[in-house]
Write a protein of this length. Sequence first.
Length: 358
Amino acid sequence: MQWKALALALFVGRSVGQGTPVTPSPWLPVPSAIPPMLRFQCSQLVIDRLDPLGSPGLIPSPHLHQIVGGNSFNATMDPATHDLVTGSTCTTCTFSEDFSNYWTAVMYFRARNGTYKRVPQSPNLGLTGSGGVTVYYIPPHDRSVGVTAFKPGFRMLVGDAASNKPGQDPKVCHRCMPKEGELSHLNCAPPDSQEFTKEPCAGGIRSVITFPTCWDGVNLDTPDHKSHVAYPISGNTDITPDAGTCPDTHPVKIPQVMLETIWDTTPFNDKELWPEDGSQPFVWSTNDKDGYTQHGDYVFGWKDDSLQRAMDAHCTGDVCDVLERQSVEASVKCTIEQTVKDDVDGWVTSIPGQDPLV
């Protein structure tokens, strides 16, 4: 896509910190120097109706998710007994020491005849893989500010599968991507929106889920998977997502985790395929045609102190001297079988687990 070529031309060849080549990103503004951040691909592990945070142990869970990361993912993942590092034999992520699991809702296209088709994910700028998600870990841009990597057992959730109006989760958003043109300020700043776009998107729809950067320093998790973390209380977090001061209740600075997915909606851009009433045709796997229910789940699973080393080294992109990197072939080969045998590839009369929309 031309917008990828444009961004690549703007950022390629620059280097930060330890001299690692920068992998460009379509969400970054054009800066004088690109800040350090890990940015790497995690290919598809499985698409399944499982949700060990939202519905632990429930098979099937209420709605479908796309899941990436370590292959020990399952419906329960009890933190008292489940260790992602020792329980996994492979990971779909570029860095072979990252056995974490990340999952989000799945996007569907609703055709004029009422049938549904899962929207595929497009490879992100400068990265290679099979479906999945682009994962970011962003340390404070001010290198004098320390950052504490997550601890074993840490987990968190952003967004709400029951959201029904804008403003409830401002760090979960979409953008109608152009083929080319202005691409700056894409971290849920305008023109990003919590709602689905009403027009065809020449470059697909980009979904972003931005996690908090402040931790209470005590709890690895809480019953709602949210209260132990918080967003900064000051600073322009739309442009530099890790920026700002942590509240006194959550004083520990943690890496900014961000999940970025490019949904390739271009095969469905012909409005003759859209509903006859002219409404936009995309639906989250929660049966949400507005866009408010996208959400992201995170269970930490980096081996030993590998993430802390990467943050301390101010690594950038998907190459890091202090981390082990695996081939694309190895990451794509890491998959697990569906637990719930839904048809996630063909045309279906309803989204798995949902009633047909009317």
